[in-house]
Design a protein around this ligand. Structure first.
Ligand code: SIN
Length: 546
């Protein structure tokens, strides 16, 4: 049995901790805030899975591949859609009370799905219901040691020597092996936590952008630490912008499911501008709707567009969407009587730490599950309500892969991002060991504004180059800082550099990545790209039998 350090407490982290504890491993679960705080908690729409008689795994696979715009890993998609229904049934066993109607479990339709297959709980409070059930499950497992207010700073890495005996079998000499993490504890002191395996489940990085549907904890800590440790990260240019966040401070999410129920988008003259944009109008793929809204907002001098849900009626709005109704009420809006202002906001990162279909990264001892990972299941644009599913499927698989194989094979190493005209490492490296080096020349809001303006919904080569040049001039807070905000800013600066570099290198438009100077998709570029700090150390892919 191994010692397993799980970092993050959304669906992926909680499920991995439960599974690992049930398999007899010794589990420590650390989380930056309190146990229930995570991106998962704010998910509204639900979980997509082929659970119903008129649906099939093949149909779900096809919809996922189509949304992914040519960049999905077909094996990851097949695993996701095949194992998804069993993982949803697991969640029911863990106590998630999915909504029911006269036909049984209720289901909703969301954009780019060919049929209704999205199960939900508490109307639009699916994530909160999943989080609550899994937190309760973790708390019942007395063998799981939970440490709240404990932030990942960096991964502990060593280079293996010949025939070293570790939980990861025999890594080749010189291979970088992860054996734990340095964390900042609630006492304000950095500690080392050693483990045979680390499962990253730290979620996304909405805090890279001015407007986001994510909670403030979403600062990409796992992706940044994994990259610094030498893990391969991939597809970082693909950040999904949700079309409809309520255009009020905090930009709360207004679920895709609202449009699935029949709400429509209107411009300032009341016109349904999506009719001219796509045959599926408001139910076009998420990136199409987000860009169309952004263009419409430009025509309206930046004013948000309107989401008109008035035809749905007060009863349906209040029972099916209680969370959104409450957000509207808090903002002084009554969406049963008048359209509400909405605008795109950063929502989900398709890119992340590169993994295979067992959650294994390119570093022995390091696994990644949920939004922190790039499994290849989402490609260039995630299908709505596939994110909780992905976290559940791959958390389960990562635990099954613990200690059952050589565990050294990374995913396919995809082409590295081209010539690094915008060097990422230099300013960070310069401050790593210098505790006196404070952030200079920027604050978080400046970084978020830069990213929103130049690496957001609409991008251009010139804008990205400007962003890259600006980011290179900024200095990261020291790794030795004992301030959570400093350490988050360090991560955000690393990630902004990586994302901008990847976006500059992708000279085409595809899925969530749109460049006005390369507005077309280029079939010859239909491949994922990875970024690795130590490219020579990334080993070749091998099969695993678990
Ligand atoms: C939504 O409810 O629109 C969000 C669902 C998702 O991001 O998959």
């Amino acid at each position: 049995m191994a010692s397993v350090l799980v970092i993050g407490s959304g669906l992926g982290g909680l499920l991995a901790a439960v599974r690992a504890a049930d398999a007899g491993h010794h589990v420590v679960l650390v989380t930056k805030s309190v146990l229930p705080e995570s991106n998962t908690r704010y998910a509204q729409g639900g979980i997509a899975a082929a659970l119903f008689r008129d649906d099939s795994v093949d149909a779900h696979v096809l919809d996922t591949l189509r949304a992914g715009a040519g960049l999905c890993d077909p094996e990851a998609v097949r695993v996701l859609c095949t194992e998804g229904p069993a993982r949803v049934r697991d969640l029911i066993r863990f106590g998630v009370d999915f909504d029911r109607d006269e036909s049984g479990v209720a289901r909703g339709l969301e954009a780019a799905h060919s049929r209704s297959r999205v199960v939900h709980a508490g109307g639009d409070a699916t994530g909160a219901a999943v989080e609550a059930a899994l937190v309760a499950t973790v708390q019942r497992r007395t063998t799981i040691e939970v440490r709240e207010h404990t932030m990942l700073v960096d991964l502990l890495v060593s280079e293996s020597t010949a025939h070293e005996s570790t939980a990861h079998a025999d890594p080749a000499p010189g291979t970088r092996v992860v054996h734990g993490a340095r964390v900042l504890g609630p006492d304000g002191v950095q500690h080392s936590l050693n483990a045979d395996a680390v499962i990253l489940a730290t979620g996304g990085a909405g805090a890279l952008y001015t407007h986001t549907t994510n909670p403030t904890v979403a600062t990409g800590d796992g992706v940044a630490a994994a990259y610094r440790a030498g893990a391969s990260v991939a597809d970082l240019e693909f950040y999904q912008f949700h079309p409809t966040a309520l255009a009020v401070p905090g930009t709360p999410l207004v679920s895709e499911a609202v449009r699935g129920e029949g709400a429509v988008l209107r411009g300032e003259l009341g016109e349904r501008f999506m009719l001219a944009e796509h045959p599926d109008a408001e139910l076009a793929p998420r990136d199409v709707v987000a860009r169309a809204i952004a263009r419409q907002m430009e025509r309206q001098h930046g004013a948000p567009v309107s989401l008109d849900a008035t035809a749905l009626g007060r009863d349906l709005l209040e029972t099916r969407f209680p969370t959104i109704t409450a957000a509207c009420t808090a903002a002084g809006l009554d969406w049963a009587v008048a359209p509400i202002p909405v605008a795109p906001a950063a929502h989900y990162w398709m890119g992340g730490v590169e993994t295979d279909v067992w959650g294994r990264t390119s570093l022995p001892g390091l696994f990644a599950v949920g939004e922190v990972a790039r499994t290849g299941a989402h490609g260039a644009n995630r299908l709505a309500s596939n994110s909780l599913l992905e976290a559940a499927v791959f958390a389960d698989r990562a635990v099954r892969a613990l200690g059952r194989s050589a565990a050294l094979e990374p995913v396919a190493t995809v082409a590295p991002v081209g010539t690094p005209t915008h060097q990422l490492d230099a300013p960070v490296a310069a401050t790593q060991d210098d505790p006196s080096a404070l952030a200079q020349g920027h604050d978080r809001a400046a970084l978020q504004n830069l990213m929103w303006e130049f690496a957001g919904v609409h991008r251009s080569g010139a804008g990205l180059a400007h962003a890259a040049d600006t980011l290179v001039g900024w200095i990261a807070p020291a790794a030795t800082s004992t301030s959570v905000a400093d350490l988050e800013d360090r991560n955000l600066l690393d990630l902004a550099r990586l994302l901008v570099s990847a976006a500059l290198a992708r000279e085409e438009s595809r899925g969530a990545h749109y460049r006005s100077d390369f507005p077309l998709t280029r079939p010859e570029l239909a491949q994922s790209r990875s970024q690795t700090r130590y490219p020579a150390l990334v080993p070749a892919k091998e099969a695993i039998a678990c």
